[in-house]
Design a protein around this ligand. Sequence first.
Ligand code: ATP
Length: 303
Amino acid sequence: MVAFRALSKGIGRARRLVLNASAKVNLVLEVLGKRDDGYHELVTVMQAVDLSDRLTLEDAEDLELDGRAAGVPTDDRNLALRAARALREAAGVDRGARITLDKRIPVAAGLGGGSADAAAVLLGLNRLWRLRWPVARLDTVATGLGMDVPFFLRGGTALATGRGERIEPLRGRSLGLVLVNPRFAVSTAQMYARLTPEMYTDGGHAKTLCAGLGGRSPARVAASLYNGLQEPAVAAYPPIGRIRAALLAAGALGALMSGSGPTVFGVARSFEHARQIRRRLTRGAWDCWAVRTLNGPAIRIVG
Ligand code: ATP
């Protein structure tokens, strides 16, 4: 009887998983050039932050997705559902899952929300379906879904090269940041289309940031921020420039657009300082968060 209870409890636990999938910012994003395959060659320092979507995965006959959020498709274009299909096919399993997605990371915001959801589904279903794949094997499925997904399988701070899929973990320390989103979406592809060759750089900004990361003095990190997409983004979307100026005026040590925007983050002296800056910024047209950077995984099982 005791053995039966223990077994059924174990099975019960495995049938439902609740995960937090954290956003990222790019402390540096350099475009080195355009490759023959049409993609851009990148060097970027990615940093997980504690603003998260919540996903619940449950055993089901088929693959299903629940959860509505503006700008997020609920059909096969949804990255969470695509991740589940891709893993099912790659693993050759005949299993289903009901995915409930509670979106908190703003959409098409430069914070990698869709990729974080995809990574959460890969890690969660790896467990729910008892595949026991190591992360390096999940990478093969992850890169087919999006170049940021391999980063989210790991989290923390990382140097990403190639198209962004080659990941080298970096040692980090906790920083307080303020994220500001102007409540409009930006298309990553359109932002890259605005780049011209004179905007390409040589990876020097990433080297400078990495050299300063060990000590992680917030001022040193703030002085090394760089995003090659920021200049064309500010030209196309002036609110991005206004947010940067407002963050600096509110006391941020440095401010930078994340990824392809439009979210801008400010570096604070501490988490408490980030909260003060956020309070000073309260504006009807912007969403603002004070967050901590994460040294550990971007995807965490919370239930
Ligand atoms: P990118 O990864 O392209 O830099 P991003 O981080 O700026 O993107 P996301 O929030 O990942 O932005 O959304 C990019 C696009 O992906 C959106 O236009 C959205 O319609 C689509 N999408 C598909 N699935 C999801 C998902 N689970 N969450 C958010 N967006 C999704």
